[in-house]
Design a protein around this ligand. Structure first.
Ligand code: ZN
Ligand code: ZN
Length: 256
């Protein structure tokens, strides 16, 4: 079931300024955390009681007083889900799991990458907990119900082997898609990161076949940088937009 007016908050966390998105069903209070990569205390304090610095770059309130005015029900975190397993997105899943005692969902093609999270974080001077192991394996094209929140999983390899975009259908507004590092406003994810299986042609193919068919008003929530929409990126993105690679280099023709 499509949600009515979902409540979405963004926490820009860690040294790589990664977007962790928190989605709440205003009717039930059911809540999911997408990409719990860093600053778990900040996320927990806000979800559980609107304490601490809270979210930023949000469609919701900038402070606790504003949040209170929204009459949100008490929130229950029902699942942790990830777009992919780079450490900036998954490094602190164990702390969120320990607090909320809920399952974590990841595409299995990123399971190996996930085992490297600690070592990757060390290169940025981060001390990460022992990497989490996913409780459930996402299957592409399937819709998963997390309490009253449903996400359709779109497998979009190219930045990592198991990268996925998570589509949230909305009944009374634009849909939302959480794309991790597959697509950015005016850019795309890197394809040169060690042990990730990055491949630009594959990434472009994933975007063309999985994202461009979405409604053009769909709000895109990238893992880094500002929000955008499917329509805007399709028209203007210099790497994968409709005018990119004129002559067929990166166009649909290559994969037809
Ligand atoms: Zn990444
Ligand atoms: Zn990232």
């Amino acid at each position: 079931m499509a949600l009515s007016e979902p409540w979405i908050e963004h926490f820009i966390v860690g040294p790589l300024q990664m977007r962790c998105s928190v989605v709440t069903d205003r009717q039930s209070g059911d809540t999911i955390i997408i990409d719990g990569g860093d600053e778990p205390r900040r996320i927990i304090d806000w979800i559980d009681g609107f304490q601490g610095p809270g979210p930023n770059w949000t469609t919701g309130p900038e402070n606790a007083a504003a949040a209170g005015e929204q009459n949100l029900p008490e929130r229950t975190v029902v699942a942790l889900v990830n777009t992919h397993a780079h450490f900036d997105h998954s490094g602190f899943i164990p702390e969120l799991q320990a607090h909320y005692q809920v399952d974590w969902y990841l595409h299995p093609d990123d399971d190996f990458l996930q085992t490297l999270a600690q070592a990757s974080g060390r290169r940025y001077g981060l001390t990460l907990p022992e990497p989490a192991v996913a409780d459930h394996a996402f299957k592409s094209g399937e819709t998963y119900a997390f309490g009253s929140i449903e996400l359709k999983i779109l497998h979009t390899p190219g930045h990592t082997l198991g990268g996925c975009c998570l589509l949230l259908s909305v009944s009374d507004g634009p849909d939302h898609v959480f794309v991790g590092d597959t697509l950015f406003a005016g850019s795309v994810g890197r394809t040169d990161i060690a042990n990730s299986g990055g491949d630009f042609d594959l990434l472009a193919h994933s975007i063309h076949t999985q994202l461009w068919p979405l409604d053009e008003a769909t709000v895109v929530h990238p893992g880094h940088g500002p929000l955008t929409t499917i329509g805007h990126e399709r028209r203007t993105n210099p790497f994968v937009g409709d005018s990119a690679g004129a002559g067929g280099t990166y166009g649909f023709g290559k994969y037809a």
